[in-house]
Design a protein around this ligand. Structure first.
Ligand code: DLL
Length: 432
């Protein structure tokens, strides 16, 4: 099922015409109402009228997290507060908090966009959907909640945490769809096993997960533990929250809601577009937002645009999973390392659990990285020799994958911290 076929299946020409019209309206709006943008345009000698085609977008300045911070809290709002009906804030994992706002119309748009993604993920009004994101300033819970109500599903606003209670609700209320971070879904899956509840006692069918990077291997693990079909969806509060892109059941990349956002992928060094299909930093421009329009926002997220059409019929271009953030990237001994590379290796190795943490220290002038890996019970209580072999195997594979050597330490099952929201994989103790 497609939520808005007339919008989601537009042909490119029609879509681009709509994009340029909406872009011009957005530029007029920010030029008239947001002094920050007007100043930037004036200093570059650009007026909204100069942007006559989508190609002209490249002449506009980027917006960064620092710009949001400098204008904290309401400096980038394009409407007076009396028109703002909701305020959210970014999680602030990488610095200070940024504040975003929505008009009544924005909430309507947002709900519709999330409804598209929920529908693409298989959920209909016949489903009972449990939202296990933390309700609050975070956009995840309210975004998915309103989208699910828009679809007409029965929404259980469980919020995150209290895992045993989540499972009780899931069982008693006959939840058919789960919404959470992938790491929390995994924890729920493990806890279900520990509680001795067979998956057949649950009614779960679908899982819609997002808000942090995860791999295909992690998807398989979650699917088998929960007996569901899991889809990935992406968004960020600075641009709207969830609702920017999501997978359909083909699961061949995340369809971008291109009638509401223009997507660019750039080289973060040169700031030029990367060749089609290559990985780079995602840059997003909102086309319909009233309270908090966003021009060429540098998300810091790494992705690439995927070629070809999707059999589902949606024509919105697809982006690959977000593999990490440019600012998540660790530079260890001068080599770029992403936590997702480590996750990838661990999933390949039998006998390890998909829980890991990377600890980076500086000893003298040298970086030392240790990957803590949870070992499955059979390995941990096995002979020392087996443990040593396992460590060696992981070390070799990581060295191949990363191009540097790292230490590996096996730890007992359940000793690494579990997360009910976004997982924290890296502990960087270097005072850089
Ligand atoms: O996490 C919005 C969201 C909520 C998306 C629920 C999907 C589901 P923020 O808290 O502002 O907003 O964090 C945004 O999280 O820039 C990415 O780095 C990361 N992120 C979000 N979705 C994904 C995903 C929400 N599917 C930041 N895969 C973004 C990888 C993701 N990373």
């Amino acid at each position: 099922m497609i939520w808005e076929p007339d919008k989601e299946c537009m042909d490119r020409e029609e879509l681009e015409q709509l994009q340029i019209e909406r872009l011009q309206a957005t530029l007029n709006r920010v030029y008239a109402h947001v002094p920050f943008y007007r100043k930037k345009f004036d200093s570059l000698g650009i007026t909204p009228e100069d942007v006559g085609s989508l190609a002209d977008l490249a002449r506009l300045p980027f917006t960064t997290k620092a710009d949001l911070r400098d204008n904290y809290p309401y400096g980038l709002f394009a409407v007076p507060m009396r028109e703002v009906v909701r305020v959210h804030a970014s999680s602030g994992t990488t610095g200070s908090v940024t504040v975003v706002g929505y008009t009544r119309n924005d909430i309507r748009t947002w709900s519709n966009l999330v409804a598209r993604i929920i529908t693409a993920g298989g959920v209909t009004k016949d489903d009972v959907i449990q939202i296990a994101f933390g309700y609050g300033l975070f956009t995840g819970a309210f975004g998915l909640h309103y989208g699910a109500e828009r679809v007409g599903a029965s929404v259980i606003p469980a919020s995150s945490g209290n895992t045993a209670r989540q499972i009780q609700i899931m069982k008693d209320f006959k939840t058919t769809a789960l919404v959470s971070t992938p790491s929390y879904a995994l924890l729920i899956g493990e806890t279900i096993r520990e509680m001795g509840i067979p998956v057949s006692a649950l009614s779960l069918r679908y899982g819609l997960f997002g808000s942090e990077p995860w791999s295909d291997a992690m998807r398989q693990e979650i699917e088998s533990k929960l007996g569901i079909v899991a889809t990935d969806n992406y968004g960020l509060s600075e641009v709207i929250g969830p609702g920017i892109s999501g997978e359909c059941l083909e699961r061949k990349g995340l369809h971008v809601n291109e009638d509401h956002f223009i997507i660019e992928v750039i080289d973060p060094e040169t700031l030029q577009p990367v060749p089609p299909g290559e990985e780079g930093e995602l840059v997003l421009t909102s086309l319909t937002k009233e309270a908090f329009p966003m021009l060429r926002y540098r998300t810091r997220d790494l992705t690439r645009l995927l070629p070809g059409d999707c059999p589902c019929g949606r024509t919105g271009r697809r982006m690959s999973r977000v593999t990490g953030r440019t600012d998540d990237m660790l530079i260890i001994k001068g080599v770029n390392v992403f936590p997702s590379q480590i996750e990838h290796v661990l999933f390949e190795i039998e006998g390890t659990e998909p829980h890991y943490q990377i600890v980076v220290e500086r000893k003298g002038a040298m970086d030392e990285a240790t990957v803590l890996v949870e070992a499955g019970e059979s390995i941990f209580f096995d002979q020392m020799r087996h443990q040593r072999d396992m460590v060696e195997k992981i070390r070799k594979r990581l060295a191949q994958e990363l191009g540097i050597s790292v230490e590996v330490k096996l730890v007992e099952k359940k000793t690494l911290e579990r997360f009910e929201g976004k997982a924290r994989r890296v502990i960087d103790n270097r005072k850089l």
